[in-house]
Write a protein that binds this ligand. Structure first.
Ligand code: SF4
Ligand code: SF4
Length: 382
């Protein structure tokens, strides 16, 4: 019988739902692998017959406990991830048999060493750049070694055939996610960015490929059926892109806030957004090389250089008819903070699009100040 954590009754409804859903999967004998980052080739987990779950790390909860161990001056995402895991308040970490992690930013890779004291963590060594002569070769080798590690861990063999099946399945899920994202290309957008991000996040409560795809397809149909052409008497709402650090921890104070003020976030341009979902894994070549190629194309600020992000941004800004860009940088995220200088110049000077940068964390202490800045930004765009 699978046990719930002792502090279960103090959890909010959303996390309770996640716990129960995953507990049912564990009771059926499912193996679970927790992940933190978009660079994780989840196809390896699928090919081992296990379920991959995104670990929590998007709220203030757990941060005070994390700060007893980690530096206060660390990115809130890392502190929240560690704190929720260490205090048994992340359902997905609690039920994970192992964690599949990666060397992206320094804070995360050092935090994994501490997490490994609680649960087995396998760290994949990601190249620091996408283009060096050995980058693809090294990353392909990392993926091969990780397949072996996961296979041994779960006492199974990840064959090329199983991997190919997982690649095909994951591409199907990617298409379903992309189709949901692309609904906001319509003018006006039939759904808010807040609702869309909630729907995408809720895929975490679905643990089979068919469930995920059916859920996303039904939501996409629902969104499309809500579409109404622009009323010519009404002033169109500004269409914004949110870029920068992963945004799930600031949904209330940035996404919801700016939409309440009269704009629409039509592109959630994070590492897991449309620019990443639109690249499938090649189903025709060696599965390890195909996975390495796909995942190395993710344009995250941890890569140097990361010029592909600008190219992707330009394409997405045009396709989604974006009027303005909000860049969100989490405190102490050095890679995104430094790169923001480049994105600001690119967006303002080359694309001639209004841009605002907001540096924040997961607390609500700066909500008033952010609202004032967003109001001024919208006034400038309108
Ligand atoms: S922003 Fe970069 S490091 Fe963070 S989850 Fe995304 S890909 Fe990983
Ligand atoms: S937001 Fe920045 S510092 Fe935080 S985990 Fe992601 S890359 Fe690392």
């Amino acid at each position: 019988m699978v046990k719930l954590p002792e502090n279960f009754e103090t959890f909010d409804e959303k996390r309770k739902k996640g716990f129960i859903a995953l507990m049912e999967e564990k009771e059926k004998g499912k193996k679970v692998v927790g992940t933190f980052c978009t660079y994780t080739p989840v196809e390896l987990i699928m090919a081992a017959g296990a379920v991959s779950v995104s670990l929590c790390g998007n709220s203030e909860l757990g941060i005070p406990e994390a700060e007893a161990v980690l530096p206060k001056t660390l990115c809130p995402l890392i502190k929240s991830s560690y704190g929720l895991a260490a205090t048994d308040r992340c359902p997905y970490f609690y039920f994970s048999d192992m964690i599949l992690a990666e060397t992206t930013c320094d804070g995360k890779k050092k935090m994994y060493e501490l997490l490994n004291e609680i649960k087995p963590v396998h760290v994949m060594h990601l190249p620091q750049g996408q283009n060096g002569p050995l980058a693809l070769q090294e990353w392909t080798e990392q993926i091969r070694q990780t397949a072996k590690y996961i296979g041994d861990f779960f006492n199974t063999e990840i064959t090329e055939e199983k991997l190919h099946e997982a690649i095909v399945e994951r591409n199907r899920i990617r298409r379903a996610i992309l189709n949901a994202y692309e609904v906001t290309k319509l003018v006006p957008s039939p759904i808010s960015g807040y609702e869309l991000s909630t729907v995408i996040e809720a895929t975490d409560f679905h643990f089979t490929d068919d469930d995920i795809v059916e859920y996303l397809e039904s939501k996409t149909r629902e969104f499309l059926s809500d579409y109404k052409p622009q009323d010519s008497d009404k002033k169109p709402r500004p269409r914004l892109m949110l870029t920068g650090c992963p945004h799930t921890g600031v949904r209330e104070k940035i996404i919801k806030k700016v939409e309440d003020l009269g704009a629409d976030i039509v592109v959630l341009d994070s590492c897991a957004g449309p620019r990443t979902q639109r690249i499938p894994v090649d189903e025709t070549k060696d599965p390890y090389e195909a996975l390495a190629e796909k995942y190395l194309k993710i344009n995250c600020s941890v890569m140097t250089p990361n010029n592909g992000r600008l190219k992707d941004m330009k394409a997405v800004i045009e396709e989604y008819k974006v009027d303005g860009v909000i860049e969100m940088v989490l405190f102490a995220c050095h890679t995104f903070a430094i790169e923001a200088h480049t994105t600001e110049r690119f967006i303002k000077d080359e694309l001639n699009i209004p841009y605002i940068r907001i540096d924040t964390d997961f607390s609500s202490s700066d909500s008033g100040q952010i609202q004032t800045r967003l109001e001024a930004f919208l006034e400038m765009i309108s």
